[in-house]
Design a protein around this ligand. Structure first.
Ligand code: HEM
Length: 372
């Protein structure tokens, strides 16, 4: 863009930015998902203008997610209407089959769970292709910037759901399937070192909005933004750092870190960056492994990579200053136990309103009664 045009744009945005940020439906404040120069970012979304991210509160430890309505062994309660004792093993079978064919899908399933629970609580709103809600736009969460052309694993959820429906129709929610699948993928990709408890009893929501995905932190988020977005969901800074360890598996698009290339030696290892440049070839759509050493193993390597300046995103790099990174890097068992607990807490995020209007979907990608 010519310098003059840029100047005009900046001037215009200086006037429009703050107001626009407060209007629902506009995506310009996308919380760390838009790669914009710092000045432009400030003009577009000055501190305090974001509707979804309040400034950090003084309390470091928020009230944890309630998990209202959830319990362990939810589908094993003989005599209850939710009885479906094979539910969890059918999910595990579907996840194992998928990971045997492509371990990368396991990474996709873990991320799907994170992106579901962060928006409207764990209600499978992330799976919807469309809804019948009159106030729901055609764009569901799947179309939001953090998810579009990025989330994967939907077919594994559909396969598990089909197997469960054939055994216990109308009993097991898609939201629970997403949570169980993330638990099983974590266990398989960590070679049995991570085994979390995961309560069941979630309900499936009936609405889904692309613009609400701005609650998810992005690769250009600052440490304060990361901490604030997790705190808003009832998760502590330590849990945010703990869960970021999932960046020891899976892949990322070059567009999410190309702003860091060529590298600043104080924030990215030179040889690591050179390899990234070769793999990306200037194409933002190319993808690379997040962990350059053990790409398919869920382990504490992420923290070693953070300390060695060998991570992809700005949002990974900013964790360097957090105390827990050193401990997680040095003591894998401590991180594994914390990861189990934090994933369970993530699964306890329940939006009370969404739950009140919730259902057990027949098909995971559409609400009941959609008719197509
Ligand atoms: C702390 C804030 C976080 C940010 C800013 C962030 C950002 C990202 C981005 C930009 C990608 C690459 C997506 C793509 O290129 O298509 C990614 C991938 C991934 N993230 Fe995160 N993430 C965060 C936290 C988490 C958490 C809490 C989890 C899970 C507990 C997670 C699990 C993953 C996984 C497994 C992948 C690889 C997905 C795949 O290969 O399909 N992330 N993340």
């Amino acid at each position: 863009m010519a310098k003059q045009q840029l100047a005009v744009l900046i001037t215009l945005l200086a006037f429009l930015g703050p107001a626009a940020c407060q209007q629902q439906g506009l995506h310009i404040c996308f919380n760390g998902w838009l790669k914009v120069p710092p000045l432009l970012s400030y003009l577009l979304c000055p501190p305090g203008s974001r509707t979804t991210n309040p400034p950090p509160s003084p309390s470091p430890n928020p009230a944890p997610p309630s998990g209202a309505g959830l319990s362990y062994d939810y589908y094993n309660n003989n005599g209850s209407s939710s009885y479906c004792p094979s539910a969890e093993s059918l999910v595990k079978d579907a996840v194992k089959k998928a990971i045997d064919m492509d371990p990368g899908v396991g990474a996709g399933l873990i991320r799907l769970f994170f992106h579901d629970c962060f928006v409207r609580g764990c209600d499978a709103s992330v799976l919807l292709n469309t809804t019948t809600s009159k106030d729901s736009p055609t764009d569901t969460e799947r179309e939001g910037p953090p998810n579009k052309n990025s989330l994967r694993g939907f077919e594994v959820i559909d396969a598990a759901k089909a197997a469960i429906e054939a055994t216990c129709p109308g009993t097991v929610s898609c939201a629970d399937i997403v949570a169980f699948a993330a638990r099983d993928a974590s266990s398989l990709l960590s070679y049995g070192k991570i085994n979390m408890k995961m309560p069941g009893g979630r309900l499936d929501g009936r609405v889904s909005f692309a613009n609400e995905t701005d609650q998810l932190p992005g690769p250009f988020s600052s440490l304060a933004q990361l901490q604030s977005s997790f705190r808003e969901k009832g998760l502590s800074s330590d849990e945010m750092v703990t869960l970021s360890g999932a960046h020891s598996i899976g892949k990322a698009h070059c567009g999410f870190f190309s702003d860091r290339l060529p590298p600043n030696p104080s924030t990215m290892d030179y040889a690591f960056a050179t390899e990234l440049e070769v793999k990306c070839q200037g194409n933002e759509a190319n993808m690379v492994h997040q962990d350059y050493q053990t790409a398919y193993v869920l382990d504490n390597k992420f923290y070693q990579n953070v300390r060695a300046n060998k991570v992809l995103f700005d949002s990974d790099d900013v964790l360097k200053t957090v105390r827990e990174v050193k401990q997680n890097a040095e003591y894998p068992e401590i991180w594994e136990r914390k990861f189990e607990k934090a994933m369970e807490n993530l699964g306890r995020i329940v939006d009370v309103k969404s739950r009140r209007e919730g259902e057990i979907r027949e098909t995971c990608w559409r609400v009941n009664g959609a008719g197509y």
